[in-house]
Design a protein around this ligand. Structure first.
Ligand code: PLP
Length: 361
């Protein structure tokens, strides 16, 4: 068996220990004679799996008791619709647009009400996080939406926006569990699992209880109501059982490692290895403003698209895969989620050094 250094932006690398553990239980989960995949979600055995997953996520993120944790489907993209459907009471929301996902979220919200773009970094290809210390928050806004870590561009908020008392909603798909966050500062947090938690097919939603409405328009699809999912413990219908089981394993892996503080230290170390190299390189350069850098997705380029292509294509000789940047900006992108080992970044930097030596004219 051979494993590569997988820098994919998502679905991304998962902890090897989690995969091995799941493999060992694939045919027979805890002497039950069947796989978790084959198990009814209405059994005590599965109830324990989902309860433990929720409990462990609560511990990891220090989620206050007045928040519900939901395991939903439809990806982060479905939250782009569910959030305005459920949270817009006055029909107005403010959006901060720092990348393609935030832009999509805003466009979707427009279908349900009035959307004000109160800050944007689109003028410079989303290469920075705008100043959000004194925004023109709309008086009648039901919430302010942000995307914390911009997966495609490699930027990250290092200060939360001042929402002037309005509810803050954040897409944390590509940074959940990578650093400590204060959940109590948010009304709603959401993340697709496939970046930093588990397989695609699960979206984690963390929502403050007072934002869960029951007085929804009668034509709201049942599956798109937070109150339904919350009252049924994420099991109104069949949940993605195997994915929840795998997410639970990742939560356990993180707890055993020492929690978010411990993984964040490793993430900072990995990011420093790559950024320090980039900052002194004469061939490669980072594409975003230094004070907006993400520690999860690092975007970089050379000045020559042909050289970028050569770098990407030769990477596999070093067991480095999925290093190509998003098609909208080109160049390279190294996604270094929690499960990417430090050795992966060392291998990448070693390869970059060799490549620089051979190609710097
Ligand atoms: C990947 C990603 C999405 C889209 O997630 P889906 O689960 O494919 O809908 C949304 N927001 C961010 C920040 C992402 O990284």
């Amino acid at each position: 068996m051979k494993r590569v250094y997988n820098f994919s932006a998502g679905p991304g690398v998962l902890p090897e220990a989690v995969l091995k553990d799941a493999a060992s239980e694939m045919l027979d989960y805890q002497n039950n004679g069947m796989s978790v995949m084959e198990m009814s979600h209405r059994t005590p055995m599965f109830q324990k799996i989902i309860d433990d997953a929720q409990k462990d996520l609560r511990t990891l993120m220090n989620i206050p008791d007045n928040y519900k944790v939901l395991f939903l489907q439809g990806g982060a993209s479905l939250q782009f619709s569910m959030i305005p459907m459920n949270l817009m009471k006055k029909g107005v929301a403010d959006y901060i647009v720092t990348g393609a996902w935030a832009k999509k979220a805003a466009a979707e919200a427009k279908k349900f009400g009035k959307v004000n773009i109160i800050a944007s970094s689109e003028d410079k290809m989303f290469s920075y996080i705008p100043d959000v210390s004194d925004l023109k928050i709309s008086d009648d806004a039901d919430y302010v939406h942000m995307c914390d870590n911009n997966t495609i561009y490699g930027t990250k908020f290092h200060h939360l926006p001042n929402t002037k008392g309005k509810v803050l909603v954040s897409d944390i798909s590509s940074c959940i569990l990578s650093e400590e966050i204060d959940v109590s500062k948010f009304g709603l947090l959401y993340a697709g699992a496939q970046k930093n938690i588990g397989p695609a097919g699960i979206t984690v939603v963390i929502i403050r209880e007072d934002l869960i409405r029951e007085d929804m328009p009668v034509n709201t699809p049942t599956m798109l109501r937070y109150d339904i999912h919350a009252s049924k413990g994420s099991m109104y219908n069949t949940p993605p059982t195997y994915g929840i089981y795998l997410c639970g394993k990742t939560f356990q892996w993180l707890l055993n490692l020492g929690g978010i503080k411990a993984i964040n230290k490793i993430n900072e170390e990995k990011a420093a290895l790559l950024y320090d190299y980039l900052d002194q390189s004469k061939l490669f350069f980072g594409t975003v403003e230094k004070n907006s850098r993400s520690i999860m997705n690092v975007c970089f380029k050379t000045n020559d698209p042909e050289l970028d292509a050569k770098f990407i294509s030769n990477a596999k000789n070093y067991d480095i895969v999925n290093i190509k940047g998003h098609r909208s900006i080109g160049g390279m992108r190294a996604s270094m989620y929690n499960a990417m080992p430090v050795d992966g970044i060392k291998a990448l930097v070693d390869y970059m050094k060799i490549f620089e030596k051979e190609n710097l004219k």
